[in-house]
Design a protein around this ligand. Structure first.
Ligand code: HEM
Length: 538
């Protein structure tokens, strides 16, 4: 089988490093001195104590002692693959991004993950899945760091430590490993009703996907695209799997986790190895960039809301195929560093307060996780665009910079090839006009409706899917010890759907509460419920 298009370029830095790391036919020290024996330490006599002099022993053991790095604070367990993205040109009127112009092929690296489990946890748990894509474009690296669920638990990034603390294992007993069945998680999501939408998606079949290859991906936030004429639009990104969206049922998930905790990573790797390359269409929902940043009354800056596809259809702008497995899990899957702030000309962020916080968090955490500020030089993180940054020194610096210290303006480095002030081809922060405002710690009032879209989602499900949702809430809430949390969970369901609430209340043996808000009566939205369906492909 010939090398798939686009993969060679991505794998090239990794292969070059591999060749550098494993040369010749002899075992050597890290300094390249040939060894004859790596099985015995140097001792004072065959039965004597080991000598401090034994550099080879100390180097081997010391390096082993430091083999592990911290796992990601969230999304610790993941699996990844290389591939290529091919743009169909449909986005060329709305963005100047080079990799989205017709026919352009861009190497990609995608990491799928669960959110809450540790590196060694099981795959088929009820949880959100990460779907992070690194596009190695000629204009710099673009990262689309999304999830398989289109909404998020919180509307403001300052609550991220709270939701993660509430959902991760208890500090005393380190149980449980999955997002389920404990009081702190349900305490948080029932006290923060903005979490109702994400929680419902988790309790639906979307929370237990059958395969990474059969998941949708969502950028979640609204982004701003800028075209060649400076015109802007607001968009939401969607990945649509060519294999359709499929889940397992709860009992299957339990069996899978018992028989094969590595089910999802095995499935991805096996599929690619056998040539059954998974494919996704990348699509956008496009909205006019109006000053309110709303569409049909939906606040586009609220990450707990979707825009139903009937109101704004997803338009396909390209297709991604994953066609090569990583060569080395640690070098690539573990060390890859995504960041929602890795942008290219033509794609910009919005003021969504969750996205704004993410723009700080990823670089910050990766400085600890990857041992200092130079992890962009790790082969999997290297951009394919030319680099001429002004960053110097620091732990694990691999570059050998020449010339005077970097500062601008600078009259001494006339030979320096880059000039400030050249806009052609540069990333320019889009000059968004801000309305007069005062500083305050408060949410936008347009973020207040926490229930009508959750009801919309529930009503759009098939009867079988609804039954699964009721069973999931009954099982998970039933595992809480605190009666008050169960009751608050039921109160939330009463505000979403009376039938669902009654079914779960019966399962828990608790009375059915009255809704505290008027129930909305949304039109069922078939596009929301796509389990078992396939995206229309050309
Ligand atoms: C990691 C998605 C919200 C902080 C990740 C990863 C994904 C992701 C896919 C895994 C990346 C990988 O495979 O390496 C999302 C989405 C969010 C969201 C879709 C909301 C829409 C947040 C927020 C914060 C945050 C609000 C903090 C304010 C982190 C951190 C990591 C992470 C610290 C670990 C990164 C690393 O160690 O490399 N997120 N996230 N995320 N996320 Fe988020």
């Amino acid at each position: 089988q010939s090398e798939p298009a686009g993969v060679t370029a991505t794998a090239a830095p990794v292969d070059a490093e591999r060749k550098r790391a494993q040369q010749g036919q002899y075992v050597t020290t890290a300094q390249g001195a040939r060894l004859t024996d790596t099985d015995h330490s140097l001792k004072a006599g065959r039965r004597g104590p080991t000598l401090l002099q034994d550099h080879h022993f100390r180097e081997k053991i010391t390096h082993f002692d430091h083999e592990r790095i911290p796992e990601r604070v969230v999304h610790a367990r993941g699996a990844a693959a290389h591939g290529v993205f091919r743009a169909n040109g449909a986005a060329s009127t709305i963005t100047r991004a080079q990799f989205l112009q017709k026919g352009v092929e861009t190497p990609v690296f995608v990491r799928f993950s669960t959110v809450l489990g540790s590196r060694g946890s099981a795959d088929a748990v009820r949880d959100t899945r990460g779907f992070a894509t690194k596009f190695y474009t000629e204009e710099g690296t673009y990262d689309l760091v999304g999830n398989n669920i289109p909404v998020f638990f919180i509307q403001d990034a300052i609550k991220f430590p709270d939701v993660v603390h509430a959902a991760k294992p208890h500090p005393d007993r380190e149980i449980p490993q999955a997002q389920s069945a404990h009081d702190t998680f349900w305490d948080f999501v029932t006290l923060h009703t903005e979490a109702a939408a994400h929680t419902m998606w988790n309790m639906s079949d979307r929370g237990i996907p059958r395969s990474f290859r059969m998941m949708e991906g969502f950028g979640v936030h609204t982004f701003r695209l800028i075209n060649a004429d400076g015109g802007t639009s607001l968009v939401k990104f969607h990945w649509k799997p060519r294999l359709g969206v499929h889940s397992v049922v709860w009992e299957e998930a339990q069996l899978i986790n018992g028989f094969d905790p590595d089910y999802h990573r095995r499935d991805l790797a096996d599929a690619i190895e056998s040539g059954a390359y998974p494919e996704w269409d990348l699509g956008v929902q496009v909205f006019p960039d109006n000053p309110e940043q709303t569409f049909e009354g939906i606040d586009l800056l609220d990450p707990t809301k979707i825009v139903p596809e009937e109101l704004a259809p997803v338009q396909v702008i390209g297709t991604m195929v994953l066609n090569a497995n990583p060569t080395n899990f640690f070098a690539e899957t573990e060390q890859v560093a995504f960041h929602p702030g890795h942008l290219v000309p033509g794609i910009d962020v919005t003021d969504d307060p969750l996205l704004q916080g993410r723009l700080f968090s990823y670089l910050d955490t990766q400085i600890t996780r990857l041992g200092g500020p130079n992890f962009a030089q790790i082969p999997i993180n290297r951009t394919h665009a030319p680099v001429n940054d002004m960053l110097r020194d620091g732990f694990h610096q691999h570059a050998v910079h020449t010339g005077v210290a970097p500062y601008k303006p600078n009259s001494l480095d006339a030979g320096c090839p880059f000039a400030a002030g050249v806009e052609e081809g540069a990333f320019i922060d889009f000059p968004v006009e801000l309305p007069p405002a005062q500083k305050e710690r408060a949410a936008s009032r347009t973020f207040d409706d926490h229930f009508s879209q959750v009801r919309l989602f529930y009503i759009s499900l098939s009867e079988v899917e609804k039954a699964h949702v009721a069973e999931a809430y009954t099982f998970e809430l039933g595992k809480c010890y605190e009666q008050a949390i169960k009751e608050r969970g039921l109160q939330e369901l009463a505000n979403i759907d009376p039938d669902l609430c009654a079914t779960v209340a019966a399962g828990l043996g608790l009375p059915v509460p009255e809704p505290t808000i008027p129930l909305s009566d949304p039109t069922p939205s078939p596009a929301l419920s796509q389990i078992g369906s396939t995206w229309p492909v050309d």
